[in-house]
Design a protein around this ligand. Sequence first.
Ligand code: ASP
Length: 595
Amino acid sequence: MAIDGAQTGKKGSLLSRALSSTEPAPALEIGGGCTTMSEVRVLVINTGGTIGMVPQSEGLAPEANKLAGALKKMPVLHDVAYANETQLYSRLKLGKDTLVLPASKQNKRIIYTILELHPLLDSSNMTPAEWDKIARHLKINYEKYDGFVILHGTDTMAYTASALSFMCENLGKTIVLTGSQVPIYELRNDGRANLLGALLFAGQFVIPEVCLYFCNKLYRGNRVTKVDAESFNAFCSPNLPPLANAEVDITVDWETVWRAKTTKRFAIHTNMNCHVGLLRIFPGITAAAVKAFLQSPMEGVVLETYGSGNAPNNCPDLLDELKKATDRNVVILNCTQCLHGSVTSVYATGKNLMDAGVISGADMTPEAALAKLSYVLSKPGSLDKKRKKLEESLRGERTNSPIGTQISLKDSKFIQKIAQSLLISCKEELGAVKDALTPPLACAAAKSGDLDAVKALRNMGGNLSFGDYDGRTPLHVASCEGHLEMVQHLLKSGATMYAKDRFGATPLLNAIKFRHHSVICLLRTAGAHLSSQELVNVGTELCSLAFNGDVDGLRAWHLAGVDLNQPGYDGNTPFKVAEAAGHVEVKEFFSQLTT
Ligand code: ASP
């Protein structure tokens, strides 16, 4: 990712700066047509909620097949002239539910398609079946879009965001849930700004998390809770600062952004365990009530306790019921009723719960804890393993003390020396120096295959997904060089494989161009794919390789998942070209592919 206004805090208008941010998302092929260099695609999954509600006889309720048409009449959310001039609909073979945002300063466009679920729901009616439905749509469309927005009612948005954060495994693209407190059809509403902000984050940034955008803030989805039924500022993230603030500047806190450090491809997990529940302790709660709640088929319970995780310890029957339940393998996760803070074992009243086999939920929200229980209990494995998983941070949902010593920016002698020579002393300027230096240094280390140097930069807090002045990330460079171990390390450090350099190339294309077959296979396993820009004229490129008898080059494209039968500019296929040029080895290679 290139360093730009969005990260360095340069001033400018909100919209222009949002659109000028260049953590790049690739333009992708949809329905056979081609997006241009300046276009990105976002899928908006509309599940319902106030944002698309209209007054009906019994009160506000969602109305089907209305949203896309209404948004088309809002110039800030749809540029009719651009759609017509560029023949958007015929070029991309799009239906009427696709819209395009006005241009950014750099003439970039977010083209977004609205997929409306049936029936649209007030989110009070949401169940895990709807989470499954949303997850399936994300999976089906994952490679076709650069980012995703989910329109959702605010009442249970924190539950859905939490659930999806676990259900989406090895996520590499941005998913943003949003909605509003007032329908978008009303004159004064918060829906327009929330939708616009969510689209900008989903289309312009690679923040590979399930996020929630509301009232100018982008939060980690599994850290939020709804705190206000009347204010536009309906959500808060009590134990984690926002991932991004969309004020005059859009500032992303890249160090807080959670990344799946993996070489596995995106997958969804559905069919969460439904035998879970929330039990709130209150003064006078009886052992009988607790006993009843914990009966079979209950398999997991989030116990909402007082303060730092305390429950009455002067009622032995109650503790006994909890102990009996954990002995029966019912998993009990302790979360505080307080908005802010964490479960500890400071008090005897809390320690006694731990003794009864209750697991600490640290600073998780009850919503996240419930979703996590449901997710972990629906996975195969021993109960011991599941209990351990609950104590880990799986998607950044709980604050665990870091393992080992983390070197802070202040401890980095190297950065300090540079700062001194530049007469820099304040934290912000030091951060800017680090952000400016990390990309070229990390790219140099990636080029020479110096794993230790890359690790040291990471430990200094350097972001390995940032690009240099040409938008080239360490992953681009390592892919060009064919450093398999380095590519693996970068992916496992959370480097994004969807970054595009200023020439529009992804690391996968770099690996193809330099015929690094093992790197191509690794990137493909991790879910990398070529964008439509990268596939323009691919037939001609293949014919040229065939003409030159370049089996290695052809194999590289094949390993990247490209169909080698695509004709070149003159309609001849690569096979025909090889035949005419008398390249027997190329013909043999083609026949091996078909057998
Ligand atoms: N009842 C609505 C819902 O959750 C509230 C909202 O969207 O703000 O669907």
